[in-house]
Design a protein around this ligand. Structure first.
Ligand code: HEM
Length: 120
């Protein structure tokens, strides 16, 4: 149940991020709309909360938990790069955008494989 909510929030978070980049690139006035500004913080806050709930519910800290630590670190990278992508324009925006997408993809693969070094 919480896992379904977690996955739903993951989907809303990444869709919202791409959506805001599109709004900003097309210079839509909606990019400054209160809902567009506040909604991502609510979604990302709930995403974090659902993630930590899953950690304790599944007693993931009792076993090999390196992948959870790495997941949180990569999440910080995703948040930082997504913030830069929203604030910058041009080349820097796209570098930050693809960096954020790479972090997101890495987080999702680590979540499924439960292995931070899945590529080795
Ligand atoms: C962008 C952020 C995140 C993404 C893309 C993401 C993605 C995912 C995905 C795809 C799964 C399902 C894995 C599977 O079915 O095997 C999952 C599960 C899980 N996530 Fe996240 N997650 C994110 C943030 C977090 C955070 C912040 C935490 C908490 C530290 C967290 C903790 C967990 C745990 C413990 C599971 C395992 C649940 C289980 O297999 O029973 N996640 N996540």
């Amino acid at each position: 149940m919480i896992k379904m909510l977690h996955l739903l929030l993951v989907t809303i978070s990444i869709t919202g991020f791409i959506g805001r980049i599109i709004l900003s690139e097309t210079q839509s006035p909606y990019v400054k709309h209160k809902v567009v500004v506040v909604f991502p913080h609510v979604v990302n806050g709930l995403l974090l909360l659902s993630g930590f709930t899953l950690v304790f519910q599944g007693q993931w800290l009792a076993g090999e938990y390196g992948w959870i630590v790495v997941k949180i670190l990569a999440l910080l990278g995703y948040i930082a790069l997504a913030t830069v992508a929203m604030r910058q324009r041009g080349r820097n925006r796209w570098l930050a955008f693809f960096g954020a997408m790479a972090c997101f993809t890495y987080i999702a693969i680590v979540a499924v494989t439960k292995n931070a070094l899945f590529f080795l």
